[in-house]
Ligand binder design. Structure first.
Ligand code: F0G
Length: 461
């Protein structure tokens, strides 16, 4: 956008609208009790501003809806598949492109091929489904975030980076032959949607090359990451974001993507790589569980929309607006004294509930309590990333404090306007003034895998 104006506007106009779920506090109290204080159990129509996730919740463009209408639904060899494959090849440079219905399907297939007992996957940080799929295969998932990632208050430009020295120390101890893969998650979702610098990607690649370990990107938010490199890393200001993204992929041997994020679609994903042995095995698994290799659990129209979305997301006016939106929310919260992971991430803001609600013990889930209060007072839905999500218990069944206690406010792409965000900031202002009234929770029931999705809770006694 033109530089003489400082207001960054939404670079789109709205063609289709949907009403928001407007409820009263009294109604919401009933809703949350019935949902057992788990926001995954709430009917979406009872949510006013839904910041549960940025995954599959974005608005598609008129061009994407147009693509939906011309999608080729042939079982094998559909034109839409070739559009999808060509787009991914030209963006990533990888030869083997495998469509999947979403990110975790790629993870299940990939770790089914390369995981297993005795193996270890190393990463800046595994996203929770990635970790779950690594562990389900029998392998171990090890995270090596940089130290500043855990210093939530102090801003740093690339808190998503990996600690390369710690990674190398581990590789030497474990033995490279037991490490079939290194994964860089861009941006680093679990630790605040923080970007990884090109410098760090290069250093990780050099390490991987030295020890013969393949490097993959978990590239759900690759465009946001590339834009951060453009605006924060020396030497990239003049470089088109698409070229930065291509340079990121060039450092890797493969990637998988939950296309529900930066491909601007509601469903889809891919697994891409150069290794023909791995891709042949992956396609066998694909055919077994997802579908034939030219649709992989998706409709032809979905493939078409992904191909278009992967181009649209690299529009720099879009990315400027996108990154600015999260920053605007973060600044608003900081003004009310609400502690966040600073700076805000690419796809949202992570509130530090441990610091915000010091009167609630970890075993009473401060982040979940805050997420519930946010819903009760404002009809806003966020997601807990803390003691409930990590779900580690001691032998007496008491929950062990997770390393962090966060509420993520993830922003759907192209969905909410600035006044929606002003409203969220206002509700937080109220919560900040009345935080002593927010009480902790107890778990009544929880599953062993990914417990946060289904757990039942109640107000602590
Ligand atoms: N990797 C990352 C970095 C993710 O953020 C996600 C999903 C996945 C993999 C799995 O993809 O959902 O398509 O199966 N993240 C969503 C979120 C669920 O809310 O952050 P999926």
């Amino acid at each position: 956008m033109e530089h003489k104006w400082k207001t960054i506007i939404e670079p789109f106009k709205i063609k289709t609208v949907e009403p928001l779920g407007i409820t009263t506090r009294e109604e919401r109290l009933k809703v949350i009790e019935t949902a057992h204080y788990n926001l995954f159990n709430i009917k979406a129509e009872k949510v006013l501003i839904d910041l549960l996730t940025d995954s599959g919740t974005g608005a598609m463009s008129a061009a994407q809806w147009g693509g939906i209408m011309v999608g080729d639904e042939s079982y094998a060899g559909a034109r839409s598949y070739y559009n999808f494959e060509n787009e991914i090849k030209s963006l990533t440079g990888f030869d083997e492109v495998i469509p999947v219905h979403q990110g975790r399907a790629a993870e299940k297939i990939l770790f089914g091929v390369i995981g297993g007992k005795g193996k270890c996957i190393i990463s800046n940080s595994h996203f929770d489904t990635t970790r779950a799929n690594v562990e389900f295969s029998g392998a171990e998932a090890m995270d090596f975030p940089v130290k500043e990632a855990m210093d939530f208050d102090r801003p740093a430009p690339f808190k998503g980076n990996a600690d390369v020295a710690a990674m190398e120390k581990f590789v030497k101890e474990k033995g490279a032959k037991n490490i079939p893969l290194c994964v860089m998650t861009v941006t680093n979702n679990s630790l605040g949607g923080q970007p990884v610098s090109m410098g760090n990607l290069k250093a990780v690649q050099a390490l991987c090359q030295k020890y013969g370990i393949p490097l993959f990107l978990d590239c759900a938010r690759f465009a946001e990451n590339a834009y951060f490199i453009k605006i924060r890393e020396k030497g990239y200001a003049q470089c088109p974001v698409r070229e930065i993204a291509q340079a990121m992929f060039e450092l890797a041997d493969g990637a998988w993507m939950s296309s529900k994020k930066d491909a601007l679609v509601n469903m889809g994903g891919f697994l891409a790589m150069n290794n023909k042995d791995w891709s042949a095995k992956a396609r066998q698994m694909l055919i077994l569980t997802e579908g034939f290799s030219t649709y992989g659990g998706l409709a032809g129209r979905d493939l078409e929309a992904i191909a278009i979305g992967l181009r649209e997301v690299l529009d720099e006016n879009y990315l400027q607006y996108r990154i600015r939106s999260a920053a605007y929310l973060g600044e608003g919260l900081l003004k009310h004294g609400v502690p966040i992971i600073n700076p805000p991430g690419g796809h949202g803001v992570y509130v530090n509930a441990r610091k915000f609600l010091p009167h609630i013990q970890p075993r009473n889930f401060p982040a979940q309590a805050l997420a519930c209060a946010l819903y009760l007072e404002g009809g806003i839905r966020g997601v807990e990333i803390g003691t409930l999500m990590f779900g580690k218990r001691d032998k007496n069944g008491v929950y062990q404090a997770a390393p962090m206690e966060l509420v993520r406010l993830a922003m759907p792409r192209r969905v909410y306007t600035q006044s929606h965000i002003d409203y969220v900031i206002e509700v937080f202002g109220y919560l900040a003034k009345n935080k002593k009234t927010i009480k902790g929770l107890d778990v009544v029931e929880a599953a062993p895998i990914l417990p946060h999705f289904t757990a039942k809770l109640r107000p602590a006694k």
